[in-house]
Design a protein around this ligand. Structure first.
Ligand SMILES: [Zn+2]
Length: 387
């Protein structure tokens, strides 16, 4: 079932930790973050036995399931990757045309993937795209028809913030497929990630704010179709309120939707989820982290959960062009550390999605996202201590 890009099976040592992770480790803890195998075997096996994997991963020829076209063939041999490496799914090579001046940071996805490629504890893969019929489990048929065939009005395109193209439609299927694959991998292994996704503004009948299809809702619908019955938490730490998630799960009591976001950020017409925390403009690390702790306590009261989707938006960063908060890079590492530690303490599987991030420079946003992935792939006992 596994479609690997195999990477050299080097033991993780401090010297093998990429610079963007080392800098984060210095920010938050005296000891360097050590990256190695992630999920305890006992955890992985118990999850695998508790969950039917009949539709675990899409079936594509192995060559299409790898991202390693630039790697030498010797690195494509089977069994070179530690079996406990966390799986991360990327779709960055499905690009789409953008008009000059469009602020969608398409290059971010490649930059994140390039950073994640340096992590020994992560196995990088490509998933199959979803089918349009999968999206129909969540979205209205008319909305899907419009984005499939390019029937959006100018006004709808403006609300989306992206020009429609066949490539955009195709990329959407691949991006959503990454989240679906990551969710299934998370249940099998304990933790996994999509190097994209978190399209939380996509509502059932309309998409906007760069979000055409709600990846977490589609993944949840497919997990339910697989037979997965445990409760699910959507923990949305993106700086923008998750109105699309709230809409898609409004009638689903088995999914708790929690969002912490800038009070004055987009979207200005909101659909509230189960837990919503408004954060004032220019809030910094300490005050924000206290609010996150409060939100996690509220979430705990609504558990237990079998699976947590973590929308780890990088846009609360002080250098983000679309955010209004003032978190430092170290503050974001600490946010992720607390969220990931909380998920593990509560014995839930972790599915990370990137969600938003529009920093200047965009390389810093990519660093923030990649650190999130590195933390998710870090064994619990090696997670840095709290600041
Ligand atoms: Zn955002």
């Amino acid at each position: 079932m596994s479609k690997k890009i195999t990477k050299p099976c080097a033991a993780a040592t401090p010297t093998s930790v990429p610079p963007f992770v080392q800098s984060a480790a210095v920010m938050i803890a005296p000891a360097p973050m050590k990256l190695s195998a992630n999920v305890p075997a006992s955890s992985a096996s118990s999850r695998a036995s508790a969950f039917s994997t009949t539709r675990l991963l899409p079936e594509l020829p192995p060559a299409l399931m790898t991202t390693s076209r630039s790697l030498p063939a010797s690195q494509l041999l089977p069994a070179a990757t530690p079996p406990t490496a966390m799986r991360a799914f990327t779709h960055d090579r499905w690009t789409f045309p953008l008009q000059p001046g469009n602020r969608f940071p398409q290059e971010k996805y490649r930059l994140v993937r390039e950073r994640v490629e340096q992590l020994d504890a992560v196995e990088l893969l490509e998933a199959a795209p979803i089918a349009w019929s999968d999206a129909l489990l969540v979205h209205d048929a008319e909305w899907l028809r419009r984005i499939r065939y390019g029937l959006l009005t100018r006004r709808e395109e403006a609300a989306l913030g992206l020009p429609w193209s066949p490539e955009l439609a195709e990329r959407t299927l691949h991006a959503t497929g990454s989240t679906v694959a990551a969710a299934r991998a998370a249940l099998a292994d304990g933790a996994a990630a999509a190097l994209g996704g978190g399209t939380h503004h996509a509502r059932r009948s309309v998409g906007r704010g760069y979000c055409l299809v709600n990846d977490v809702a589609v993944a949840t619908a497919l997990l339910r179709a697989d037979g997965y019955r445990e409760r699910i938490l959507v923990l949305d730490l993106d700086v923008h309120q998750g109105d699309g998630n709230a809409d898609c799960f409004a009638a689903d009591a088995s999914v708790v939707v929690a969002s912490i976001h800038g009070a004055r950020n987009y979207p200005f017409e909101r659909i509230l989820g189960d837990l919503d925390v408004d954060v004032p403009d220019r809030t910094g690390d300490a005050a924000y982290l206290a609010l996150v702790e409060g939100l996690l306590s509220e979430c705990a009261a609504r558990g237990p959960f079998g699976l947590v989707f973590l929308l780890a938006g990088a846009d609360p960063w002080e250098g983000d062009r679309l955010g209004r908060l003032a978190l430092t890079e170290a503050g974001l590492v600490e946010r992720d550390r607390r969220a990931i530690a909380w998920v593990r303490q509560h014995d839930a599987a972790l599915c990370v999605t990137l969600a938003g991030g529009y920093g200047e420079p965009i390389e810093t946003t990519a660093d923030i996202h990649a650190r999130t992935i590195a933390l998710a792939a870090t064994p619990p006992e090696l997670l840095p201590a709290a600041r």
